[in-house]
Design a protein around this ligand. Sequence first.
Ligand SMILES: [Zn+2]
Length: 302
Amino acid sequence: MTDRQLDFGDFILPFQVEGLGVRGRLVRMDRTVRDIIGNGRYPNDVAILLATTTALSAALASGLKYDGVFTLQAQGNGPVSLLLADMTSDGDMRGYAKYDADTLPGAENTGAMVPRLLGAGHLAFTVDQGQNTDRYQGITELSGGTLADCAQIYFRDSEQLDTAVVLDASRDNKGLIRAGAFVIQKMPDQPIDTEIPGNHQETWREATVLAATLKASELLDPTLPARNLLFRLFHERGVRVFEAKPIQHACRCGRKRVENTLASFPEAEINAMRENGEISVTCEFCGLNYRFDEKDLRALYA
Ligand SMILES: [Zn+2]
């Protein structure tokens, strides 16, 4: 990616701060997040929550080595019952939310996002690398106020990996949503290439203090290039920035996939679901509609 694209765009920028013994990723999502959320498809609160979910998904996926699909899923008993965002190892992202418009709190309620919108439930990460491979799964309760809190708690308690997460999404004055994520993780204990005295726990504390100075306005500022943001935070400790990886919106649905799903049910069951002789299937991710008439269905079960 060119430096110009790195000002603000759709990418994951991995970095490492040797002097602090941390590695991390900076995620910025511009057009991708708006394509995923769709214009007017969701009420504002839900759109913002889904936008942060996609940014978190990209940040967590890029910390793993995998060849397949990473999925982040949050399920709750609140007005938003499901948030789903997945990313392939090629950077194709998609996502959607399920919500109950009748129970969504009004704009006057400005409490923490997770308890207010999702309620009680869990956050799960899965990596699917295809048939005959192990499926990695991590799961944690929705115990924090924000998705960033929940992710930090997961890494601390389940993976014993100190992690700091800054996550945000908001609209600019033109109403355009952008999302960003910033994640740092303590590298496994190893001799740190540094002249700075102090043990790893102290350098980790310093890293989290620096991370806490990162403001949402900086994370989402389209005029602040990503590299400058990282240098502003870590210049004293020598930050090394790796090659950015682009992300883009792409859905993996297709007529063939829908056919395979339909064919996995008994014909009688599918026939019982027909309306006006047709079966209509809408992709929850991208909204594409697939129709199967009498003739299509006969061919499917022939
Ligand atoms: Zn789709």
